[in-house]
Write a protein that binds this ligand. Sequence first.
Ligand SMILES: O=C(O)CCC(=O)C(=O)O
Length: 489
Amino acid sequence: MVEDVEFIRQGLCLGQLDILGHSFGGILAQSYAVAYSANVKSLLLVATASSIRSVNADLQRVKESAAPATRLRLEALEALGIYGPDGAQRPEYRQLADEALMPYIYINKTPTPSFPTYDLGWDVMRDLWGGDSEFEASGDVRGLDLVPELRTLTIPAIVIYGDHDIVRDATARETNAALKGSTLVRLAHCAHEVYVDQPEKFLEAVEEFLSLSREKTVPLESHTTNKSNSMDIINTDLYDLGDAVARARHIEAARSQLAKTGSAAIPDFVRATALASMVEEAKAEFGHAHRREMELGFNAKDELMLADPLLLARKSPYRMSSLGSDLLAESGALKRLYRSQDLIEFIREIVGVATLYSTTDPLINATVTYMGDGDQQGWHFDDNDFVVSLLLQSPDSGGNFEYVANATTLPQSEINEILDGQSELTRRLVPQPGTLLLFRGRKALHRVAPVSGSRLRIIALLSYDTSPDFVYAEQVRLNALGRTGSTVA
Ligand SMILES: O=C(O)CCC(=O)C(=O)O
């Protein structure tokens, strides 16, 4: 199919193309862009996916949400074989599959269901998609995963989908994260046929994207969240992430520090002007931060979850104030840095994971904590994979970051010593303002030692996860921010 597109491009003497692909067409558009990137000016991906893994997860959700009787009958027909002797899908199966799919196809303009007798190339469909179920692609497309190759592209791209789409948030975010600098647009009240359900909003997004991508000097910016250009924030004098050699050197240095010590400190990562604006932003919101004074357990993980109940019951003090992410402006330096694909890709390569995403949690994605005299944050493991901290302001003294890497597999006696402040494994860091600090908070037992003096310790905490749809438990939001919803209580 990719070769067919190229054949048509050449046959029509077209130059570089703006390619828009919807649904399966989007998979074809991505495959073409990967094979012929030099021929693609921009990529518009609508209600689509970048891996069959995600397609199958999307379809599974659709099937699971069908009425129980429909689902049972679909499965019974699947066991019998969904293709009839005429080589087409059995009409009853096709009708039930359409019924299950319909709420995800249109929500505004549901056409009168007529269930036409499909006159398609069933043989092609069967080879390509598979013959066992409409809800699992198991034919030739099985195993297709464009994500690694999409990461190598530098083509301007937009990913559009609906909030009622077959395509789940996680699927759209997978594509958005893979395509450097791409824009993500989630249309409200809109299902899979986005151009039918929300034609005006769809066209507006497409037109704005095309006009921005034509003005080469204007950085692409999202309708929603992904400000792509953060080079005015990152200190490119020291960290020129646009230069492949320099970038690889920084990644290697941080990676080896992480492997040796369980954390990687990247000093002066943000420009002095950006740091000053982040401090100002954080100070301006201090009055809205949630104050907590409580004792909490250390949130045991992995093997430690089976530890002695007495150890699990050990608590440490939390005295601090935290600002929810919803109170930081999306256009501010902190949020822009947090959401920047430049930063996310940089961290992803340092920590050596296949995928890394900002969290979809509305309250805990980029947060700020403030600690005054006597404040501290008790020993704990994090729920998400990676927290990256950026110290904004040092206190007069104290407030060191203490941690023990890979603590989830330590003997219980060692955990007791860590909690008692007696373990020799504990490392202490005194971060400086502007230092980006990476640590595997899910595996490292860590705390912030008591602060002293009148000057606040102010730190930004940027949460990332290898899964695109990570959100924190309500109890975590309640403990940290005193609320679970996005308005101040
Ligand atoms: O404030 C810090 O330095 C560390 C914060 C922390 O422990 C966390 O985010 O889990």
